[in-house]
Write a protein that binds this ligand. Structure first.
Ligand SMILES: *Cc1c(COP(=O)(O)O)cnc(C)c1O
Length: 354
């Protein structure tokens, strides 16, 4: 399949938003990349003007939730080139999500080619302020018009682009996290390891209740024992206890973050003691009482690294490192950002330049 290009007229191009006031996910670029799946094949690949879709009210995604997505960023490097961070890992994960949701896989090289072309056409939308990026959102939804629970026979794949602001406009501030034992996000055997829309719908109520009490995010516990730590809203989580860096293992209910994997690789390169093992919330609070809990941080594409200043669980507060950013959190943030923007050498072949 060859991807057709239908550029918007100059007169139809949008005014660019103020780069210092982008927020997250509020603006969208001029073009989008779209393909259809029907009769068992992907077809009609096109890059065209950003705009509405027309879908049938019986489109199966709306009723039965076959909807998956990815999130990655384009960074404007110091050489003014556009950099992507491990983009093919996002597309491989997209295909794993597709398999789990009984949706068709995409051809990674073809989609990567389409995304690069889209970025080339909308390159002026990649911000230049450090920290500001162009967020890339590949998505697939089921569009066959039919009621009845089974895999759809038709899908739309699309990619849209959204310029987003620096996650830390006034610096790198530790967040307050609420540990919920009331709600759960996912369970082994479920769809927690897929980036599928329903996981986020399921998480909103807990997030709102936490925000009403002044917390930034929710930390999820294992759905069965309500003790083992899983992950935070849209981030994986890490603990420094004594001289060990610990993160929960991927056992089916946790999203396998690309930032998580990058943190594990860098810290192992640095010779730190790194373990993927189950860790309970009681262990974390006990380690804190013994003065052994040094740092806690989240990892994800949006924030890269998010230091955690305190955890609240069953009415108790666990304050970490005096609610200040830890040394390792800072080093990881600085190094990952420097690699993403091309200020620091990329020893792992993570960065693609377009
Ligand atoms: C996307 C996501 C992450 C982070 O993954 P990255 O690839 O590092 O961006 C973690 N948890 C959840 C639930 C997510 O949706």
């Amino acid at each position: 399949m060859k991807i057709t290009i239908e550029k918007a007229d100059r007169s139809e191009l949008k005014a660019k938003p103020d780069e210092n006031n982008l927020g997250f996910g509020s603006y969208f670029s001029d073009h989008m990349f779209v393909m259809d799946y029907a009769d068992g094949v992907w077809q009609n690949g096109v890059i065209k003007k950003y705009g509405d879709f027309s879908i049938d009210p019986a489109a199966m995604a709306l009723h039965y939730g076959q909807a998956i997505f990815e999130g990655l960023k384009a960074y404007r490097g110091k050489d003014n080139q556009i950099h992507l961070f491990r983009p093919k890992d996002n597309l491989a994960r997209f295909n794993r999500s597709a398999r789990r949701m009984c949706m068709p896989e995409v051809d990674i090289d073809l989609v990567y080619g389409g995304i690069k072309k889209l970025l080339e056409i909308d390159q002026e939308w990649v911000p230049s302020a450090l920290g500001a990026t162009l967020y890339i959102r590949p998505t697939m939804i089921a569009t066959e018009a039919a009621l009845g629970v089974r895999p759809s026979k038709r899908y739309i794949f699309f990619t849209i682009l959204s310029p987003v602001g620096a996650y830390y406009p006034e610096g790198f501030n530790p967040v307050k996290i609420f540990v919920t034992d009331k709600y759960v996000r996912a369970v082994r055997g479920g769809v927690g390891e897929a980036k599928t829309a329903g996981n986020y719908a399921a998480s909103i109520m807990a997030a709102i209740e936490a925000q009403e009490q002044g917390f930034t995010q929710v930390l999820w516990l294992d759905a069965c024992d309500r003790q083992s730590i899983e992950e935070v809203g849209t981030m994986n989580i890490f603990f420094v206890i004594g001289d060990e860096l610990i993160t929960p293992p991927l056992q089916g209910s946790i999203l396998p973050g690309i930032t998580r994997e990058s943190v594990l690789t860098l810290t192992r390169d640095w010779g730190l003691k790194v373990v993927e093992r189950p860790i309970t919330i009681d262990e974390v609070f006990a380690a804190n009482e013994q003065g052994q809990l040094k740092e806690v941080f989240g990892s994800g594409t949006a924030a890269i690294i998010s230091p955690v200043g305190s955890l609240y669980y069953k009415g108790q507060e666990c304050r970490i490192n005096g609610s200040k950013t830890g040394e390792l959190s800072q080093r990881l943030f600085d190094d990952l950002q420097a690699i993403q923007y091309g200020y620091k050498e990329d020893h792992h072949g993570w960065v693609e330049t377009i």
